[in-house]
Design a protein around this ligand. Structure first.
Ligand code: S3P
Length: 435
């Protein structure tokens, strides 16, 4: 993919695909509720389709109604059928970790596999707590996938404090908790995205959250059919929020974006840096808050990013590093070691790419220091990481010469229409096929 410097700024309106995190969970919970569920705003990225295919492989009838609308015939909590072959989770950590929690409660065996990147990511974080609940689940000796699950385990409830701030781990335990004996109680040492809790509530499970304590009493969902509208993905919107902030005279309105309070870290960080981001037109879609984001150009300054904002901005660091690279002065991030075990080692891959583009950076074990400057053109490797590829595409709009991004096909993981959306708002991005 090639991203060119931009000369003319636009005032534009944009919509982004539906929220990936929410979509995975809706597919899972609708499949477990009996009845018909019509889901609007389903993102077309490969990650969510890995989850959809997994449920189809377990006998759930899921049909496509239009580009972003699917219909799920739920099979009930005990209605899934054994998959005939290993379930391929592709690049999707959310698919693998949440499915692990759900599958340990079934009566049948299953194997979860993933692509090269997912097969190197840590799975012990879900395997260990699930084993503590009595699950029969094994990873490879190095703690990675494939995961092998033996059905028919008798699950005990979990009552524990979650020390690793991970919504995927929390959600895996809650999904297993639906099949456990007794009430599962989790205390979060740090808040993480709470889409699972909100959706379980919406589907009629007995789940409550009080402060940092989540309590789930197993039982059947009371919701028998539903029509769900998935909000726009704030993690997809983030790329264009930064573009509009960095490109002089740009004005952008991104409509219908999910503004879950536990996903807003990058907005807070950008505002600390001087960004002009207004959140207007708040509404409620099901259990989630939705709003429009209005962004305009503003000069940025480097900041020390508070560690308290790391978890709620965890997926946005690739694009935040691009913002930092164009800010005046130094930006410092620490406490973000998790970035090294995402779809790529996002600290190393971003630091190497930024260095190639003429930016002064220093990696630390759990963060990075970035000295603001100007992007030269050049060639960078996205390491097959969708968010890294999109972040460097935004850098290309601000560079002195085009930026070529290797392995950018990974963008299809979450945002196949990214190039079209970027061009729609006046950026100039071309895929290799069009060069
Ligand atoms: C996700 C949670 C986060 C995030 C990932 C999606 C989710 O991971 O990075 O992209 O949908 O639960 P962790 O829970 O591992 O932090």
């Amino acid at each position: 993919m090639m991203s060119y410097p931009v000369s003319i700024a636009h005032a534009s309106t944009l919509c982004v695909p539906g929220d990936k995190s929410i979509a995975h969970r809706v597919v899972m919970l609708a499949s477990l509720a009996s009845g018909t569920h019509v889901i609007h705003g389903v993102p077309d990225g490969l990650d969510v389709w890995a989850t959809i295919r997994a449920f189809q492989a377990m006998g759930v009838l899921i049909t496509t109604i239009s580009d972003s609308c699917i219909c799920i015939q739920g099979v009930g909590q005990y209605g899934l059928s054994p998959p005939k072959s290993p379930i391929d989770c592709g690049n999707s950590g959310t698919t693998m970790r949440l499915l692990a929690g759900l599958l340990v409660g079934q009566s049948f065996d299953a194997v979860l596999t993933g692509d090269a990147s997912l097969s190197q990511r840590p799975m012990g974080r879900v395997v260990k707590p699930l084993q503590q609940m009595g699950a029969m689940i094994q990873s490879m000796p190095d703690g990675c996938a494939p995961l092998t699950i033996t059905g028919g385990a008798r699950l005990r409830n979990m009552q524990d404090t979650l020390l690793l701030p991970s919504a995927q781990v929390k959600s895996a335990i809650l999904l297993a908790g639906l099949y456990a004996e007794g009430t599962t109680t989790l205390i979060e040492s740090e808040p993480t995205r709470d889409h699972t809790e909100r959706l379980m509530k919406a589907f009629g499970y007995a789940i409550t959250t009080e402060g940092t304590t989540i309590t789930l009493t197993p039982g059947k969902p009371s919701c028998l059919s539903s029509e769900v509208q998935i909000p726009g993905d704030i993690s997809a919107a983030a790329f264009f929020v930064v573009a509009a902030t960095l490109i002089p005279k740009m004005q952008l309105c991104i409509k219908n974006v999910g503004v879950n309070p536990k996903r807003m870290g990058f907005v807070e960080i950008l505002r600390m840096m001087g960004a002009s981001i207004e959140i207007v037109n708040f509404r409620q879609w099901g259990g989630e808050r939705v709003a429009d984001l209005q962004v305009q150009y503003a000069p940025l300054i480097g900041v020390k990013i508070p560690t308290t904002l790391v978890t709620s901005a965890i997926d946005e660091f690739p694009i935040l590093f691009i913002a930092a690279a164009r800010a005046k002065g130094r930006t410092t991030l620490s406490g973000a070691g998790e970035l090294r075990v995402k779809e790529s080692d996002r600290i190393r891959v971003m630091a190497e790419g930024l260095t190639k583009l003429g930016i002064e950076v220093e990696q630390t074990t759990d963060g990075m220091q970035i000295e603001g400057g100007c992007f030269l053109g050049g060639e960078v490797d996205s390491a097959h990481d969708h968010r890294v590829a999109m972040a460097f595409a935004i850098a290309g709009a601000l560079a002195e010469a085009p930026i070529y991004i290797q392995h950018s096909e990974a963008i299809a993981t979450s945002f196949p229409a990214f190039i079209a959306s970027a061009n729609q708002i006046g950026l100039k991005v071309r895929s290799k096929a069009c060069q």
